[in-house]
Design a protein around this ligand. Structure first.
Ligand code: HEC
Length: 129
């Protein structure tokens, strides 16, 4: 029984050690090498971000009310680590995540405008470490 208790304690010790480790800050995900947005016009993109209502959900600081309304581009670094192709597809056709929905933007933005706006999002909200 004594040994059983001891190993139990050791076991707990090990598991709690693990949970301490998992509380380390989430590693910053490097953005995928942008291919399409390289050709994007960042200043046009910024104007679109404001005028086409992206900012009403994602907010001017790109944090989407801590992700409550739209994706938090700044802190949820997984989002901008996706490739241009994936992100443009989400913008074009919409995305549903954790019960939050972004409607398709394809009737609102032309293909080139989506590239411009994504170029702006990448330049403004990618964490610079
Ligand atoms: C009605 C609110 C709303 C509007 C308007 C909106 N979005 Fe979103 N957006 C969302 C939500 C919700 C998500 C998914 C949430 C998450 O990833 O946590 C999202 C996700 C995204 C993503 C990440 C997609 C992915 O694959 O992870 C991009 C990029 C994006 N939006 C760009 C835009 C752009 C550009 C506009 C303007 C043309 C726009 N959004 C307008 C709510 C919105």
């Amino acid at each position: 029984m004594k040994w059983f208790c001891l190993s139990f304690i050791l076991l707990i010790g090990c598991t709690s050690q693990e949970s301490v480790d998992s509380k380390k800050p989430v590693k910053y995900h490097k953005p995928a090498t942008p291919t399409l947005t390289k050709s994007g016009d960042i200043s046009k993109g910024k104007a679109l971000y404001v005028s086409k209502a992206c900012a009403s959900c994602h907010q001017m600081d790109g944090m989407g009310m801590k992700g409550a309304l739209g994706a938090d581009f700044v802190n949820d670094t997984i989002v901008l680590s996706k490739t241009d192709e994936v992100l443009l597809d989400s913008i074009k056709n919409g995305i549903m995540k954790n019960g939050k929905y972004m409607p398709p933007q394809k009737k609102i933005l032309k293909d080139q405008e989506m590239i411009d706006v994504l170029a702006y999002i990448r330049s403004a909200f990618t964490k610079k470490n």
